[in-house]
Unconditional design. Structure first.
Length: 190
């Protein structure tokens, strides 16, 4: 790739990536019923309302799942993958783009959740009894995974090792699910 195409691929990856993370956070926060009035939640909602409000008129939510956000995530990821492939001089096939989109979104979700686990750990060291909007969101995002992990791995001498178990499970999912999907998608891409 030339320097110009590398720079263009970097810009596409960065700009789409940042917005995809915001939409993904909105999807996950709605899924976990996080506090809508949290300042970080409000920031995410305001930045993602533009494309989501019209899409919600077409795609309603069911059973607490915001399908409009999920569809927007897939569309944005597919556009990103397609644009990067075109910049690299490849004409991508739809099947490969779709599979890579799902794989990349699963991987990004795992990384966001691992990041939330680390935020939760660090904030418990820095301010164990205090309230912080970022800590509240991290708790909402991770508690559905931490609760079962705590049942499997109770406190040992007052130390909670459940975050380690959660991170190990997320990494195993990345290896056993995401990597094969990415290989399949790359094989079907061109």
């Amino acid at each position: 790739m030339s320097y110009l195409s590398q720079a263009l691929a970097f810009l596409i990856e960065t700009l789409f990536g940042m917005y995809i993370i915001l939409v993904l956070l909105r999807f996950l926060l709605q899924l976990t019923h996080a506090d809508f009035y949290n300042p970080f939640s409000q920031f995410i909602v305001r930045l993602t309302n533009g494309p989501l409000l019209p899409l919600r008129r077409l795609i309603p939510g069911f059973f607490g799942i915001d399908f409009a956000s999920a569809v927007l995530l897939i569309i944005l990821e597919a556009i990103k993958i397609t644009l990067i492939a075109i910049v690299q001089g490849v004409t991508p096939r739809f099947g490969g783009v779709l599979i890579l989109s799902f794989a990349d979104l699963i991987q990004l979700t795992l990384y966001v959740l691992i990041g939330a686990v680390f935020v939760r750990i660090i904030m418990s060291w820095v301010n164990p009894y205090g309230e912080h909007p970022l800590t509240d969101l991290a708790v909402h995002l991770t508690e559905p995974f931490m609760r079962p992990a705590r049942r499997l791995l109770p406190l040992i001498s007052g130390i909670d090792l459940s975050p380690v178990l959660v991170i190990i499970v997320f990494e195993l999912i990345a290896i056993l699910v995401v990597q094969p999907l990415q290989q399949l998608g790359m094989g079907l891409l061109v």
